[in-house]
Ligand binder design. Structure first.
Ligand code: NAD
Ligand code: LMR
Ligand code: MG
Length: 438
């Protein structure tokens, strides 16, 4: 049995009589299958065929749902189970496309040789011109060594490629940036730094993604110091930005004063330490943490956080709890304190499901699907590239978080990632702060 929630599509035939689809939906709902998109493939005189996407918890769960639908009878029948997500990945999600169409010999001479030689000479004489006559300044490398792919762990860079392609899709659609995945078969900081330094001239910025701790800290620090283009480890700072925004919004809605609250962070790896640091920088006075790794604990202490003895103690002590351990179900419902704000951010499965946390008494609860760094990194890089910033600074990150807060509709915890305003607002804020800092 897989413990990862997964999506499957059911191709279902029902007699073309009103009410039959309702029976199918009820059967799925009773078994707690989560219906997504519904597409009608064929409406015939006798029968209708629909393609229904459902999210299930396991193979067994899916099998039970299929059996329940087939048991309705009356000609209702599941024809096939398909994996729409896998199909969507056939051939990969991204490709390099030309922005210039070659329709004539003249076009060929403009785009390529002999015309291109003059552009090369222009750049040779003044390297700054590369910003205008190449795509470099709009291209970001998405660099991973595959050691902390989502919460799946060290599955290697190639297995992590679907995530990197996903980040590239988001860069393109939310910020108009070309994101190029770079898969590294080394995690050694010296080798990673040297490799990225050798290739960095192809890019306007470097997004480090799903690089595990502790090596992610040294890699990011060194690259930031040695390169004069923006470098950001998404799992640290992208996550911290979105978490700060979510915490501010949750506090607003529950009348909790952040500066007076005790905040607890479970898991002090890449995401958890950066979240703790950002909340302390924002004014949280009591920032507590737990981790099973003694080195992670030392790092938290070094940055001014308080270490608690156990998850139980943290859950008892803290008004606001954030978790980034990668461990599904780590927070048990009985640990939840009445009125707590709980952000369990591990993907693909949270430390506690929001509905379980709410039922156990939490005032506010969300998971990593909602509170996700997709709300941050596209706009952060758009703003940094627009400003031709040489680095991404803390004030730029805090500005991004406040822009997310300002873009949130009343009653929501964070904006919807498909709301184009949020990415534009983050970009504007980051660009403005970058320009002010020059
Ligand atoms: N929602 C988002 O936008 C977002 C962004 C980044 C990371 N994440 C999620 O956060 C999780 C961690 O990512 P990361 O990059 O920080 O990984 P990481 O490996 O750097 O950090 C995980 C930390 O959790 C600790 N930990 C693991 N099990 C624990 C336990 N039982 N008790 C206490 N501590 C424990 C580890 O010792 C480690 O320090 C992943 O599941 C990832 O999907 C979510
Ligand atoms: O990729 C995501 O969905 C968020 C984040 O970067 C993660 O590693 O979980
Ligand atoms: Mg990540």
């Amino acid at each position: 049995m897989s413990d990862i929630q997964f999506i499957r599509n059911l191709i279902i035939e029902t007699p073309s009589v009103p009410g039959n689809f309702a029976k199918v939906a009820a059967a799925i709902g009773e078994l707690k299958g989560d219906i997504g998109d519904i597409q009608t493939i064929k409406v015939g005189t006798l029968s209708t065929i629909r393609d229904i996407s459902i999210q299930c918890q396991s193979e067994e769960h899916l099998h039970t749902i299929v059996q329940a639908i087939n048991a309705i009878g009356n000609g209702i029948h599941v024809h096939a189970v398909t994996d729409d997500v896998l199909q969507a990945h056939e051939g990969g999600k991204i490709q390099m496309k030309s922005r210039f169409e070659i329709r004539s010999l003249g076009d060929l001479r403009r785009a390529y040789t002999p015309g291109v030689a003059n552009v090369c000479k222009v750049i040779q004489e003044d390297p700054e011109q590369a910003k205008y006559f190449t795509g470099i300044s709009n291209t970001v490398a998405i660099v991973t060594d595959g050691t902390a792919i989502l919460g799946l762990g060290n599955i290697g860079p190639v297995a992590g490629m679907p995530v990197m392609e996903g980040k590239s899709v988001l860069f393109d659609q939310f910020a108009g940036i070309s994101g190029i995945p770079i898969l590294l078969n080394t995690s050694d900081p010296d080798e990673v730094v040297a490799t990225v330094k050798h290739i960095h001239q192809s890019f306007g910025g470097i997004l480090l993604e799903d690089i595990g701790s502790p090596h992610c800290f040294e890699i990011e620090e060194r690259l930031k110091a040695e390169l004069d283009i923006p470098v950001m480890h998404d799992d640290q700072h992208g996550t911290a930005v979105v978490t700060l925004a979510s915490v501010l919004n949750a506090c607003k809605q529950t009348d909790v004063e952040l500066s007076q609250s005790v905040v607890g962070q479970i898991g002090l790896g890449a995401a958890g330490l950066a979240i703790s640091r950002m909340l302390m920088a924002y004014g949280v006075k009591e920032m507590c943490g737990v981790d099973r790794n003694p080195d992670a604990i030392e790092r938290m202490k070094k940055h001014g956080g308080t270490i608690l003895n156990s998850i139980e103690e943290l859950m008892e002590t803290c008004d606001i709890v954030i978790a980034t351990t990668g461990v599904e179900g780590l927070i048990k419902p009985e640990m939840v304190r009445e009125g707590q704000i709980i952000l369990a951010l591990s993907n693909p499965n949270a430390e506690i499901k929001p509905e379980v946390a709410l039922k156990a008494g939490a005032a506010y609860a969300a998971d990593g699907r909602q509170v996700n760094n997709v709300l941050g990194f596209p706009g952060i890089f758009r703003g940094a590239l627009n400003a031709q910033a040489k680095e991404i600074t803390y004030p730029m990150l805090i500005g991004a978080a406040l822009a997310i807060v300002d873009s949130t509709k009343p009653g929501d915890l964070v904006p919807h990632p498909l709301d184009p305003n949020v990415h534009a607002n983050v970009a504007i804020a980051v660009e403005r702060i970058a320009n002010e800092g020059k």
